[in-house]
Write a new protein. Structure first.
Length: 134
C-alpha cells in the first residue's frame, strides 16, 4: 500500500514594503535620498515562518528605445525584514525595483550558515513597484 505525506511549506510573504518613508506600491514613485548616506528598506511578513530573505536591487532601463532592460545592481541576504543600502549605488533619476524572496528550509541561517537545506522548503518572490531615485 502506498501513502502520501503532505508537508506544510507555507512561507511568510513580504507585504507593505517601504523605502525610507515611501511605500513601494505605485510604479514610478519618486524616492528622495540623502547623498551621501544610507537608506532603510523595510517590509512586513505574513504569519508564516521565514529563515532568511534574499533581496535583489535591479535597475530598470530601456535599450534602443524599445526593449526594457533589468540589470542587477546589488544582492542582499538578511534574516530580518529590513536592510540598509548605500545611496551611492542608486543613480539620480534612474528607475529601480527590489525583488524580495523569503526562504524557508535553511535551519542554520540564524548562525550565518546557508549551506544546510532541509524539508519543508519553500521560497517565493515579490517584486516591488518600480521607483525613481531622486
Amino acid at each position: 500500500s502506498s501513502s502520501t505525506t503532505l508537508i506544510d511549506s507555507a512561507i511568510g510573504f513580504p507585504t507593505n514594503v517601504v523605502l525610507e518613508d515611501t511605500p513601494l506600491v505605485d510604479d514610478g514613485a519618486g524616492v528622495k535620498l540623502v547623498r551621501p548616506g544610507r537608506s532603510r528598506l523595510t517590509w512586513e511578513t505574513t504569519e508564516h515562518p521565514v529563515d532568511y530573505f534574499d533581496v535583489v536591487l535591479s535597475e530598470i532601463g530601456v535599450a534602443n528605445g524599445l526593449t526594457t532592460t533589468i540589470t542587477t545592481v546589488q544582492r542582499y541576504r538578511t534574516r530580518e525584514p529590513t536592510l540598509q543600502l548605500d545611496n551611492s549605488i542608486l543613480e539620480l533619476d534612474h528607475f529601480y525595483v527590489f525583488t524580495i524572496s523569503p526562504v524557508l528550509g535553511v535551519p542554520d541561517a540564524n548562525q550565518g550558515d546557508y549551506t544546510k537545506r532541509v524539508f519543508p522548503r519553500a521560497t517565493a518572490s515579490l517584486p516591488t513597484a518600480m521607483f525613481q531615485a531622486q
